[in-house]
Design a protein around this ligand. Structure first.
Ligand code: HEC
Length: 132
């Protein structure tokens, strides 16, 4: 391979990298889906326990007191905005998917893996009580 050909190849490769990264950033704003095994996870916990309290401490700043995604911090965030927990879209997701999203977060949504599993499942059950 001549030096010129090689530099063209290198240039093309780095272009592909730049485009790839840009696409990655854009798709992070798109549909947020949990992996299939996470979606299929069964909720082992009954009832919401103290989830209301945990939510008041950790979530309402963004998700709002009634879970509609209209907390005081939401206005300052770029899209995607905090999810409306009462929406048909969120309520249509499986418990496993909500649990996974709460655990892992994305973008401005922090990961909550440090909360005990039981508490995260109780939060999922609490979100269910907000169904319209
Ligand atoms: C700093 C702001 C912020 C805080 C605090 C926060 N969230 Fe979020 N949350 C977001 C944003 C932004 C999204 C949308 C993320 C996306 O779509 O990429 C989101 C999305 C979600 C979703 C996904 C809804 C869906 O089905 O797509 C759930 C569930 C959720 N949050 C639960 C929680 C819980 C539970 C807490 C507290 C333990 C919490 N969030 C705290 C900002 C926040």
């Amino acid at each position: 391979m001549g030096a010129r050909v090689r530099s063209v190849v290198v240039a093309a490769a780095s272009m592909a990298l730049v485009v790839g990264v840009a696409v990655g950033v854009v798709s992070a704003q798109g549909e947020w889906r949990a992996p299939a095994d996470a979606k299929a996870m069964k909720n082992p916990v009954k009832g919401a326990g103290n989830a209301k309290k945990a939510v008041e401490t950790n979530c309402v700043s963004c998700h709002g007191a009634s879970g509609k995604g209209d907390g005081p911090a939401a206005a300052a965030l770029p899209p995607p905005k905090p999810a409306d927990w009462t929406s048909a879209k969120v309520q249509a997701e499986s418990d496993g998917e909500l649990f996974w999203k709460i655990s892992n977060g994305r973008g401005a949504m922090p990961p909550w893996k440090h909360l005990p599993d039981k508490e995260r499942w109780e939060i999922v059950n609490y979100i269910r009580t907000l169904k319209k």
